[in-house]
Write a protein that binds this ligand. Structure first.
Ligand code: CP
Length: 318
């Protein structure tokens, strides 16, 4: 895994061999067949810096970091010098020069980490950037799917909901076709990307029942009201449950008792009902459990990549 990238912004930053290696290492961590190989004497320091709210991603990274034996700091952007106008690059260089080896960053601006592609000021993992991608969520989702069915070739996963704003949806559309899966994006037309923008292996539909009939796995998304016009968002949730929400009764009626995944947070009464989230079809808690070994695998692979091109200050020398 020596070529593992020092910036994981997108699923496109990884090749299939690296993804296979992550799945294998995550499985070993989960079943305690592998120990952390992080240094015992010089413990790495890893920071999370979340400029948007999070329950799952931030805490599972914090747990993964500590299970690996690294030191953990939570960089609080609200009380940092970012609020005094310091740039993200200067902030990351400051953390690097304090000895921080890796930062997991979440922000509301899409592609914000792309500026560091050539010269990363610090090793970086994207914990969700605007409406772009959430690669570590997609990887742990794939890990969860493979636990249920090791050969996903030819299987179809339907993603219901606010596909246009879903960063994990965008990552899944890049990731799952690499494993032979088909993806159908389903929702009202204003939640769907244009057909011509879809990658190979990805289709869309605005018909919930037809899509449910065709798929092997259901993946539900919440409506990302914070990224919508507030008036449209209010009316969306009322109509949405009737037209695109999925209920346990409906799956029983259709004889479609298939796994239901959700990245969380889930809005009960909107994209799914209470009976479904409490049923054994719901895999959201398995995804949460799998987030820790998968994030341990990602962190360890990045930390041991031997990249010497980190934190270099490019400029004139005097
Ligand atoms: N899945 C996910 O990103 O959840 P959080 O927003 O709680 O981190």
């Amino acid at each position: 895994m020596n070529s593992f990238p020092s910036l994981l912004e997108s699923i496109s930053d990884l090749d299939k061999l690296q993804i296979d290696a992550l799945l294998s290492l995550a499985s070993k961590f989960k079943h305690r067949e592998s120990e952390s190989t992080l240094f015992t004497y010089k413990r790495p320091i890893i920071a999370t810096s979340f400029l948007e709210n999070s329950t799952r991603t931030k805490h599972s990274f914090a747990i993964a970091i500590q299970k690996l034996g690294a030191m953990y700091i939570d960089f609080n952007a609200e009380t940092s010098s970012l609020k005094k106008g310091e740039s993200l690059e200067e902030t990351f260089l400051t953390l690097f020069n304090q000895g921080v080896n890796l930062c997991i960053f979440r922000g509301s601006v899409s592609h914000q980490l792309s500026q560091f592609r050539e010269n990363p000021p610090i090793k970086l993992i994207n914990g969700g950037d605007g409406v772009n991608e959430h690669p570590t969520q997609a990887l742990l989702d794939l890990f969860t799917l493979i636990e249920m069915e090791p050969n996903l070739e030819g299987k179809t996963l339907a993603i219901f909901g606010d596909n246009i704003h879903s960063r994990v949806g965008h990552s899944l559309c890049k990731l799952l076709p690499l494993f032979g899966m088909k993806v159908i994006l389903c929702g009202p037309k204003h939640f769907l990307p244009e057909q011509k923008q879809l990658p190979v292996g990805v289709a869309w539909s605005d018909n919930r029942d037809e899509t449910l009939a065709k798929c092997d796995y259901i993946y539900l998304l919440r409506i990302q009201k914070e990224r919508h016009d507030p008036e449209v968002a209010a009316s969306d949730s009322i109509d949405y449950h009737n037209t695109f929400g999925v209920t346990l009764d409906q799956l029983k009626r259709m004889n479609k008792l298939i796994p239901v995944l959700h990245p969380g947070p889930a809005n009960i009464g909107v994209e799914l009902d209470h009976a479904l989230i409490k049923s054994s079809l719901y895999k959201g808690y398995e995804q949460v459990q799998n987030s820790i070994p998968m994030r341990m695998a990602i962190i360890q692979s990045m930390l041991v990549n031997n990249d010497k091109n980190i934190g270099i200050i490019n400029g004139e020398k005097f």
